[in-house]
Design a protein around this ligand. Sequence first.
Ligand SMILES: Cc1ncc(COP(=O)(O)O)c(C=O)c1O
Length: 434
Amino acid sequence: MRTDIVHIGAGELTYEIRNIVNVGEKLEKLGIKVHWENIGDPIYKGEVIPTWMKEIVADFAMQDSTYGYCPTRGVLSTRKFLAEQTNRRGGAQIDANDILFFNGLGDAISKVFGFLRRNARVVVPTPSYTTHSSAEAAHAGDRPVTYKLDPDNHWYPDLDDLEKRIKYNPAVAGILIINPDNPTGAVYPEAILRGMVDLARKYDLFVVCDEVYQHIIYNGQHSLPLSDIIGDVPGMAMRGISKEMPWPGSRCGWIEFYNAHRDPMFEKYMNSLVNAKMVEVCSTTLPQKVLPAIISHPEYWNYLQERIDRYEKYSNIAYDVFRKIDGLQVNRTNGAFYMSIAFREGRLTHRQTLSIASKEVREQVEALVSAPNVSLDKRFVYYLLGATGVCVVPLSSFATELQGFRMTLLERDEERFRGIVNTIAEAIGHYLAS
Ligand SMILES: Cc1ncc(COP(=O)(O)O)c(C=O)c1O
């Protein structure tokens, strides 16, 4: 090509959560029964949408107005409904114009980072949900700037590390918080959240808080939404219906902006996001229309609670099995529906294997792990997949040096879930001893 057409950040765009599927599908063709523990889609894992919810969607689908464009910011009545919900908590006060709808948070994330000035950085957690870390890194054309989530302290953010990243890097303009967190399943206590907001205030930064799992918290833990603690700091909360309703295929999420009018530069940035959406016209209308009716339905919270109770139970099943294994850093999941387990340093090598009965599968796995630069945890994940059919995601794919894996708690059948956990545990034992 006459001119280089590849974006400077193109190399930063990776999404191992889906990449691993290609490997799983190859092995499936060779006769392996794959248990997909890689992706956070409750529907894919058999979640049954209650009839009352489907009836609400069906009613709206019968109305012609559902088929039109909606205002750029989103359906006004829905934005008013959401603003009222936030205002009722007594923290940050917003109106409908402080809310902007997107085609899923994936869309919101790519715009939030894509429309940030190229040399302004947002410090993201490590490990980090890749959509955030990749989008942030791609916008800058550089590696992500990260702060540590500490596996020796419940995967909580290390505030000293965060302050260092901010203090010594004047390009940092914002802090990303994901609470509850993907991939770790951690739920941050109020003191830590306040500490992060205090750092934003001290260094004149904005805060982005991804709260897509905000209502999926268990094991007696509590946390606060950003609106409760943001005070006078400019910030934004990202929310959506993919995980909670759950309706990931609706592609519907929104941002609530806090204190947008207190800081002219932040306000200008917010308006640039509105304009970016305006160029696209608007986001999907149907899910926005049904949102208030579904969330206000008398069965909504009971339905969600039934799922939360299951995640709580499964988080404990998995924790009780993995914590007994020597060589792992294990934290109980308290929110969302993921568990991340790290191998202690030095426990993985490039020689470890698992025995794989099928010659063809073994050859596939051996070919995969002998490719250049295969990380130690990817090697483990490929062997696990070939030997047991369990498909998890290497932890190192989440913008971290830590070696481990992330699984989900989404399997609905308890016996099958116990089976998967025990299979992974047994495989770890054999792998580490090999
Ligand atoms: C922390 C987090 N934010 C955002 C998303 C994406 O949500 P959406 O389906 O709204 O794009 C996910 C999906 O897994 C997630 O885990």
